[in-house]
Design a protein around this ligand. Structure first.
Ligand SMILES: [Zn+2]
Length: 198
């Protein structure tokens, strides 16, 4: 079996809890409770997506009045100001990417649970893309930081992060953990069983 961390291929003995001789991490044929863990983290991420979109990600205080901005109202703000490339970046990174990641994980989970024999290679590629996007998810958080900095430069205003930012960060972290809990080897399991029977 292969080490999750460093990829070293280790010869396994059954009924034994081996550790990787190179990096010392625990080895498993399949990640334990992969499907339930992935589902649990994914469902929590989906629930947190609602306050992430509905609650203000930042509070702008200027001249005694306080205004809350959600991600979408920020996108509309830049769109109205004619800054459509920035509006597009925020929309894609903060609204579309989390939805696409969650949809990809739902598809992978359901196809594994239904023992799908279709498109193994494409599904593995989809998993790799989802996992790869996870590493860049913090881009979304940087976008909010840039947005805050831009507004801060524009006015004599004070910017404070809102509850929506906390919810949004939790969506990013939860989808990353969910993708990490999923074991892509499960995609190929039914295929291998099938070949053994033939
Ligand atoms: Zn290792």
């Amino acid at each position: 079996m292969a080490c999750h961390v460093c990829g070293l291929l280790v010869q396994a003995r059954p009924g034994h809890h081996p550790h990787c001789p190179r990096c010392g991490s625990a080895l498993h044929f399949r990640k334990p409770n992969s499907l339930s863990r992935t589902w649990a983290l994914l469902l929590t991420a989906m629930m947190m997506y609602v306050p992430a979109m509905a609650l203000p990600v930042m509070q702008t205080s200027a001249f005694g009045s306080t205004q809350g901005d959600t991600i979408m109202s920020g996108v509309i703000y830049f769109l109205k100001g004619g800054d459509w490339p920035l509006a597009l970046v925020i929309f894609v990174a903060s609204v579309m990417v989390p939805i696409l990641k969650m949809m990809a994980l739902i598809y992978l989970l359901i196809s594994v649970q239904r023992h799908s024999r279709l498109r193994h290679r494409q599904r593995t590629v989809l998993y790799r893309i989802t996992e790869l996007m996870g590493r860049w998810s913090m881009v979304d958080v940087f976008v909010i930081a840039i947005m805050a900095a831009l507004v801060q430069m524009g006015n004599l205003a004070q910017i404070t992060p809102g509850l929506g930012a906390v919810a949004f960060a939790s969506v990013v972290i939860l989808t990353m953990l969910s993708a990490l809990s999923f074991d892509p080897r499960l995609i190929w399991d039914h295929q291998e069983q099938l070949q053994h029977h033939e």
